[in-house]
Design a protein around this ligand. Structure first.
Ligand SMILES: Cc1ncc(COP(=O)(O)O)c(C=O)c1O
Length: 297
């Protein structure tokens, strides 16, 4: 990652309807979103100058905000158009896109009914360094201490900033032990997902993945399920218990940032990335790249 801090990059940030110079896109310390995590965001990737599933992401941003009790003051179409224009201004073909919406500074307390809803979009360069041989080695995951909460305890269908508190703690703990990331169980003790990606397993040629009933049903997860079905693979969405991990041969993560990332270890369990992980990894890359960009390569 670049050594330059993220607030010191160049270009523009779309901020409440205007294109603001990057370094000037600031907010006050007394911002409700900072103190009370009243914010929702998205993570998207642009490939070859086009944001993959842009509208789906902006629709989810709207849904996430509604779940937290606020309405984003820009339509999905306006957010789509702002993102497309910003990507052009930033001049990147392969990039990461981060829209965020949060309650402002008008009220400081648990209740903030009349706070302004702010919206910003930032885009920074992030190539999809796709080296299949390297990726196929797989990453190592620890098993997190924290669990994904019961949907009655937290708004788990929202991509809400507050839900990432336990993800950062868990990922830091895993990294301190030399792992790339952590797999989280849910409040029942079932396998849930990684700290920023969904999880899939393979047993006897069949793909198994947990039901997304207390974590995000990722846009990449849904795309990969579709791609797997196109290939004729059988997919079973069901409760998966940790004692089953020893019975799976392959494991991979899916997410807008992670794309399709094979996993070689989860704590004491080992997996060998093989045909299904590789096929879906390659199918996903073909799916995300616009046909024109792929043809020009
Ligand atoms: C906790 C978590 N789960 C799953 C995902 C995958 O979601 P998507 O595929 O929509 O990026 C993400 C990434 O956004 C995430 O942060």
């Amino acid at each position: 990652m670049a050594a330059v801090p993220f607030d010191q990059l160049d270009g523009y940030i779309w901020f409440n309807g205007e294109f603001v110079p990057w370094k000037e896109a600031k907010i006050h310390v007394l911002t409700h979103g900072l103190h009370y995590a009243s914010g929702v965001f998205e993570g998207e990737r642009a490939y070859g100058g086009r944001v993959f599933k842009l509208t789906e992401h902006n629709q989810r941003l709207h849904r996430s905000a509604e779940i937290l009790g606020f309405k984003i003051p820009y339509t999905v179409e306006e957010l789509d158009a702002a993102t497309i224009e910003l990507l052009k201004r930033q001049g990147f073909a392969d990039a990461y896109v981060r829209p965020i919406a949060w309650r402002g500074s008008e009220m400081m307390g648990v209740s903030a009914q009349n706070s302004r809803i702010n919206v910003a979009i930032a885009i920074w360069q992030w190539g999809s360094y796709f080296n299949p041989a390297e990726k196929l080695k797989g990453i190592r995951l620890d098993i997190a201490d924290y669990r994904r909460p019961d949907p009655k305890t937290a708004p788990s269908a929202s991509k809400a900033a507050g839900l990432y508190m336990i993800c950062t703690i868990s990922k830091h703990a895993a990294e301190a032990k030399g792992y790339a990331d952590a797999m989280m169980l849910d409040y029942r003790g079932q396998v849930a997902e990684a700290t920023g990606a969904n999880i899939f397993f393979v047993k006897d040629g069949v793909i198994h993945t947990p039901l997304p009933d207390c974590f995000l049903n990722g846009i990449t997860r849904q795309t990969v399920i579709e791609l797997a079905k196109r290939r004729g693979y059988e997919i079973v969405e069901r409760a998966i218990w940790p004692d089953e991990l020893s019975t799976f041969s392959e494991c991979f993560l899916t997410g807008s940032a992670a794309e399709v990332t094979p996993v070689s270890e989860i704590g004491p369990y080992t997996f060998t990335p093989a045909a299904i992980s590789e096929t879906l990894m390659n199918d996903y890359m073909r799916e995300v790249y616009p046909a024109e960009a792929a043809a020009a390569e």
